[in-house]
Design a protein around this ligand. Structure first.
Ligand code: SF4
Length: 255
C-alpha cells in the first residue's frame, strides 16, 4: 500500500505529477530541481545515498545548503565495507546530519544464509538477485512506503540500464515521485563539484573503486575500464542492477 501523494502545485487532482513538470524539469539544473522537490515534498522526501559513490554526496551537499533538515537514508546491507561506515560518520560530523540507517529483516537474511550460504551471490544470478532483494530491495521498499518522493544520484551515462532516466519521474514500484537531478551530468561534472565544494567521499575511490557497494560484490577497475565493471563482474552487463532502480515487470533482470 503506497501513501497518497500530497497536495502540490505540480500535482493534478488525482495526485499525478503533471507531465509538463516532468518535461520542464529536463531543462532545470540540479539545485533548481532540488529546491522544487524540497518545497513540494519535504519532510516526506529523502535522499537515497549509498555513501559509495560521489553522486549521492554531491546531492547531500546541495540539499543541505537548501534545507539543513533535508532527510537522507542509507541501506545498510550488513555487507558494506568499513570505508563506507567511516564515511557515514564523517558526514554526520561534517553536516551535523542525522543519517537514517535502514536494515534488512534479520529473520529473512538468517533464513537465506542458512539455506544458501554466506556467499551465495557468486553461485548464480538468481541467488545474487535473492541477496539483493532481501538486503536492498525489500528494505528500500519498506522505507519508501512512508515517503512521497525520493532523490537519487542516477545519471544516464552510468550504463545500458540507465539511458532513459528522466530528471523527474514516477517510480513505478512504490508509486511515488523519483527525482534524479544529476541525470544529464557526466562523471567529470560530479567530481568537479566535489573538488569545488570539499564534499567528503568514500576513501575507496582513491584505491580505484569507481563505486563502493557491498564489499564482496565490488572491486577496483583499471584506468579506462567501464566503471560498472567494478560491480558483479562475473555477470552480463544487462543484468547489473540490484533492483532498486528498475521496473521489475518491464526490465525483468532487476532483481
Ligand atoms: S550487492 Fe552482493 S552482498 Fe550486497 S545485497 Fe547484492 S548480492 Fe548481496
Amino acid at each position: 500500500m503506497t501513501a497518497p501523494l500530497p497536495e502540490s502545485e505540480n500535482l493534478n487532482s488525482s495526485g499525478v505529477l503533471e507531465l509538463s513538470t516532468s518535461g520542464e524539469a529536463e531543462a532545470w539544473d540540479p539545485e533548481k530541481i532540488l529546491t522544487w522537490a524540497i518545497k513540494n515534498f519535504h519532510p516526506r522526501l529523502a535522499l537515497s545515498c549509498s555513501f559509495g559513490n560521489p553522486e549521492g554526496l554531491v546531492l547531500l551537499d546541495m540539499m543541505h545548503r537548501i534545507e539543513p533538515a533535508a532527510r537522507v537514508f542509507v541501506l545498510d546491507t550488513g555487507r558494506l565495507p568499513q570505508e563506507t561506515y567511516d564515511l557515514i560518520d564523517r558526514v554526520r560530523d561534517r553536516y551535523d546530519k542525522r543519517v537514517e540507517v535502514v536494515c534488512p529483516e534479520a529473520g529473512a537474511v538468517q533464513e537465506m544464509v542458512a539455506e544458501h550460504g554466506m556467499n551465495l551471490f557468486y553461485e548464480s544470478l538468481e541467488k545474487r538477485q535473492l541477496c539483493c532483494r532481501l538486503r536492498k530491495v525489500e528494505p528500500n521498499r519498506r522505507f519508501l512506503a512512508d515517503l512521497d518522493a525520493h532523490v537519487t544520484g542516477l545519471r544516464r551515462d552510468q550504463g545500458v540500464t540507465r539511458t532513459e532516466v528522466r530528471k523527474v519521474e514516477i517510480d513505478a514500484g512504490p508509486g511515488i515521485v523519483k527525482v534524479n537531478p544529476l541525470a544529464d551530468w557526466s562523471l567529470d561534472d560530479v567530481w568537479r563539484y566535489v573538488r569545488a565544494n570539499g564534499v567528503p567521499t568514500n576513501r575507496l575511490h582513491q584505491a580505484g573503486y569507481p563505486t563502493a557497494g557491498c564489499a564482496p560484490c565490488t572491486r577496483a577497475v583499471r584506468p579506462g575500464e567501464d566503471p560498472r565493471a567494478g560491480r558483479w563482474w562475473w555477470e552480463n552487463p544487462d543484468t547489473k542492477e540490484c533492483g532498486l532502480h528498475v521496473d521489475e515487470e518491464s526490465e525483468g533482470s532487476g532483481i
